[in-house]
Design a protein around this ligand. Structure first.
Ligand code: SF4
Length: 223
């Protein structure tokens, strides 16, 4: 069994419609995001049981090599993270400073710039409970391999990871995009740093997003 055996795209699309189809508010956006995280977590538990990895995962607190990769988020995740930062002005400041440097929005460019996620705090994720699905999905059997790729980032394509969760995130992301599109909302994948900065710097942006304006275009992740 793999993520392909579930119609994850459809499930994610339905989750978006169930929460945002009738009433579109900040509260229903947050509910939709929580439901999508739950969908991902429940599926991951099934995948790990049915398709156990060849080796135990090496991922541990304090190992943060993968936090130097570009993080793609949905608009729902970006909004949830921005709201969470109301309790962490230190992290908001760090994120704004990085956004001000206009960092690359493509995977290769971000690696080349040798940037780290602004939420990385003493090698740990400072927003762990709110971390996006992209982060949840990367599970590696080899710390040595992650360290080696962190040192030689031009070889990032050689990363060794557990594919079923990455595939699950990809399918849920597609379903979210389609679900938002069906409601007339722009659901394209965004680069975490500029997306969250846009929300922090414009108190009316989320309302305009909910009204169907393409407010996140400047933060779109670049293929
Ligand atoms: S959000 Fe957390 S887990 Fe994801 S890249 Fe940033 S520090 Fe790492």
């Amino acid at each position: 069994m793999t993520a392909s055996d579930y119609d994850l795209e459809h499930l994610a699309q339905k989750t978006v419609a169930n929460h945002l189809g009738m009433v579109r508010t900040e509260a229903t956006l947050a509910e939709a995001n929580r439901a999508l995280v739950q969908l991902y977590e429940e599926l991951t538990a099934i995948l790990l049981d049915k398709v156990p990895p060849d080796r135990p995962f090496a991922c541990r607190a304090g190992c943060s090599y993968c936090c130097s990769a570009l993080v793609a988020v949905s608009p729902l995740e970006a909004i949830a993270l921005a709201r969470h930062l109301a309790t962490r002005p230190d992290l908001a400041g760090r994120l704004r400073a990085l956004a001000g440097e206009n960092p690359p929005r493509d995977v290769a460019g971000w690696w080349r710039a040798r940037l780290a996620c602004p939420f990385l705090d003493k090698k740990n994720c400072a927003v762990y409970a709110q971390r996006p699905l992209s982060c949840r999905a990367v599970l590696s059997p080899s710390r040595t391999r992650c360290e080696s790729l962190w040192k030689h980032r031009e070889r990032a394509g050689e990363m060794l990871y557990y594919h079923p969760t990455v595939e699950a995130r990809r399918k849920i992301g597609f379903g979210v995009r389609e679900g938002l599109k069906a409601l007339g909302l722009d659901g394209a994948d965004l680069a975490l740093v500029p997306a969250v900065a846009l929300i922090l710097d414009d108190s009316g942006l989320v309302a305009r997003f909910l009204a169907g304006e393409a407010v996140f275009t400047p933060a779109r992740a670049v293929e």
